[in-house]
Design a protein around this ligand. Structure first.
Ligand code: IVH
Length: 689
């Protein structure tokens, strides 16, 4: 029972971590996430027998992507403990004062953006790195340079030769709204909130795009080995004098009452700020006391965040619509009596799934609380039972598809209901085509949702393969299209034949196969044929592929209709094979390798290194193999067999040294840079960060 719950929580939290940090598209509020995290922390500390180094409680999150160079932080970038009430905050203060006596605090706004660490050397900006997983992040220096408020050279004097300063990159409301307006006009997906917009912008490949996005950056923390200051206030004042943007709102508080007053003021006044904030950060001012207090593995003990309450309103639930997604997943959406919330009129709210409705016992006609965290789509958090109409009845969830009438199904471990009629249910057909032409998939221009609906309604497309039969003469006479758009569409469809295999694989829309999984699958299997014919055992051997994904892949290729579509796509000339990687060196020319076990980098990355240096990967140990690269937890049988056949067994480090003086690939650099810097778990003795 308890073990089951722990596993479930880890799973849920990991998924939300991924949604939040990798995809930048959170599904639950910080508050809910923290609540689940606290539950897991409590269970884990009561049951150390279930400890797992990979539990989400053991890490601070990750936003790594492959496009930027990964750089280790000299001082880990930690997070902050959260408090949600003044009582909780007062407990924090009492604990501090029990340990170090009465002391002063600096109160700051908690900027709702994305964290950045800037390194300055000899007074010049050397590097800007995102938080990443707290230990290493992405080097986004080129993008940060475009932010006008970040000094490229420091003013004044007295700055240490080498130091880091940390802060928040944020997107002011004005820029946010302008960009979303532009995106809407271009038919692109909108950013859900300024935080996502700031994070998404920093990850842009082209810094010129960043330059136009109107980002801003407030700094709030210095980090360095021998900072010439005795307090945070002093450090901030110096930083301000050096040219950094330090918020004028920051205050030194001498008592609990002053802190409370600061919070009370900003809880209201934040509405007048030109950018988003989600709380107040309270930090011990004196550096000697900070050292005394120290850190946990995740956060400093000398600082805490007080989170503002999400804005809430009470309104009536009038009805529920059920939307059908491209995978057939059903999402209930609440229609509400219009109500004012955080400056906008709210009429709809998401309800997620049947379980959530049952859990809250939401009924039509109920007065419900709607909450809007920084997101565009608000959610229902509770029912006001005291106002429930006498005649109300528990909600009966639908049992058949609202569009095509097919009985709904539930898959094991899935909270949502699904309509299984994939080939006959219109929103699923249209959704799959929309997904297929999307920017991260085949990137076919000129085909927005409306056009796809139109083409489907006119009988011109029933599935993704039909796109490749479209002719300009069929399209041109259609409303809102015309000759020019028609030709554009046909040209863009043709150009999509150049899209690499991994994106084609993602575009197919196999359940659970997102961008990353598609990349791993393409790397591992190399061709669509190999993937199509892989057994369940072979599938789970690929990096990041578990049984759930393996089953979804098998299910997909077992559908006759999918196979027919794939054959038509193949005939159309889509790329079903991973392209050869460009050679980095010939260091491994003529050598064959088997890679087995766990390594400090992903196994597929190691295999990639072998290929980019001219070597060959083999699946099993045999007489043809030159080297067995042995990682952690490699099976003893493999070792025995290799020894018997005279295959040379080498470690990861020995393998790396085989690459010799050849150009280091990013993966190797990543490996060496993560080695030494932050080995000690207790964050950085002697430093203030
Ligand atoms: S101090 C070791 N101060 O909040 C303490 N963080 O929830 C490091 N944040 O990762 C953070 N405003 O991105 C600090 N005035 C402020 C902040 C702030 C926003 C963010 C920061 C951090 C996150 C923790």
């Amino acid at each position: 029972m308890i073990r089951q719950r722990i596993i479930e929580l880890r799973h849920t939290l990991e998924r939300h971590n991924y949604k939040y940090y990798v995809e930048n598209a959170p599904e639950i509020s910080d508050f809910e996430f923290d609540r689940l995290m606290h539950e897991l922390q409590a269970l884990e500390s009561a049951h150390p027998e279930y400890n797992d180094p990979n539990s989400p409680t053991q890490r601070v999150g990750s936003d790594l992507t492959s496009e930027f160079q990964t750089v280790a932080h000299r001082f880990p970038m930690l997070s902050l403990g959260n408090t949600y009430s003044l009582d909780e905050l007062h407990e924090f203060i009492e604990r501090i004062e029990r340990e170090v006596g009465r002391t002063e605090y600096v109160c700051e706004l908690k900027f709702d953006g994305t964290a950045i660490s800037l390194t300055y050397e000899h007074g010049a900006l050397l590097r800007a790195v995102t938080r990443g997983d707290g230990r290493q992040g992405d080097d986004v220096t080129a993008n940060i340079r475009t932010i006008r408020s970040v000094p490229l050279r420091l003013q004044g004097e007295g700055w240490p030769d080498y130091f880091e300063i940390r802060g928040e990159v944020l997107m002011p409301y004005a820029s946010f709204e302008k960009i979303n307006r532009e995106r809407e006009e271009a038919g692109e997906q909108l950013f859900a909130n300024p935080r996502n917009a700031a994070a998404g912008t920093l990850k842009q490949q082209a810094s010129s795009v960043v330059a136009r996005r109107g980002l801003d950056c407030y700094l709030y923390q210095l980090a360095g080995e021998n900072l010439p200051f005795t307090s945070h206030e002093e450090a901030l004042m110096a930083a301000k004098a050096w040219g950094f943007k330090i918020s004028d709102t920051t205050r030194l508080c001498h008592s609990r009452e002053e802190i409370d007053a600061f919070i009370a003021h900003w809880d209201e006044a934040r509405r007048t700020l030109p950018f988003a904030t989600d709380g107040i950060v309270i930090k011990v001012n004196d550096f000697v006391r900070r050292r005394q207090l120290g850190f946990t593995s995740k956060a400093p003990k000398w600082a805490v965040a007080y989170k503002f309450k999400a804005e809430e309103a009470l309104t009536r639930l009038e009805s529920i619509d059920y939307q059908v997604g491209r995978t057939g997943a059903i999402t209930p959406v609440a229609n509400l009596a219009p109500v004012q919330l955080a400056g906008t009129t709210v009429k709809r709210a998401t309800l997620h799934n049947a379980e959530q409705i049952a859990l809250l016992d939401i009924r039509i006609g109920d007065m419900v609380y709607v909450e809007k965290g920084g997101e565009i789509i608000p959610k229902i958090t509770a029912v006001e039972l005291s106002q429930r109409p006498a005649a109300s009845e528990p909600l009966q969830y639908i049992t058949t598809c609202p569009v095509c009438g097919t009985p709904l199904v539930r898959y094991e471990g899935e909270a949502k209901h699904y309509c299984p009629n994939q080939s006959g249910c219109t929103p699923q057909i249209i959704g799959r085509i929309i997904h297929f032409v999307g920017r991260k998939a085949l990137d076919i221009e000129g085909l927005g949702e409306e056009t796809i609906e139109l083409l489907h309604a006119k009988g011109l497309i029933h599935n993704i393969a039909d796109l490749y039969d479209l002719q300009a003469v069929q399209l041109a006479p259609l409303p809102r299209l015309g000759e020019k758009s028609a030709e554009n569409i046909v040209r863009s469809v043709r150009a999509s034949k150049e899209v690499p295999f991994e994106r084609v694989l993602f575009a197919l829309g196999i359940r659970f196969v997102g961008e990353t999984t598609a990349r791993y699958l393409a790397d591992h299997f190399r061709t669509l044929d190999r993937l199509m014919h892989a057994t369940r055992e072979e599938l789970v051997e690929a990096e990041e592929v578990g049984e759930k994904i393996a089953d979804a892949i098998i299910e997909y290729f077992a559908e006759e209709e999918n196979c027919q579509i794939i054959e038509r796509l193949r005939t159309a000339g889509l790329c079903f094979e991973a392209t050869e990687r460009t050679r980095t060196s010939n260091a491994l020319e003529g050598k064959s390798f088997v890679v087995s076990g766990k390594f400090s980098i992903a196994r597929d990355e190691l295999k990639q290194l072998i290929e980019t240096h001219g070597g060959k990967n083999l699946a099993a140990v045999s007489g043809n193999v030159d080297y067995l690269v042995a990682g952690d937890k490699m099976g003893p049988e493999k070792r025995k067999k290799a020894e018997k056949l005279g295959v040379v067994i080498i470690s990861e480090e020995e393998f790396m040294s085989l690459l010799g003086t050849s150009e280091p690939s990013p993966a190797i650099e990543q490996q060496t840079t993560t080695e030494e810097p932050i080995k000690n778990e207790a964050p950085v003795q002697g430093s203030l960060f």
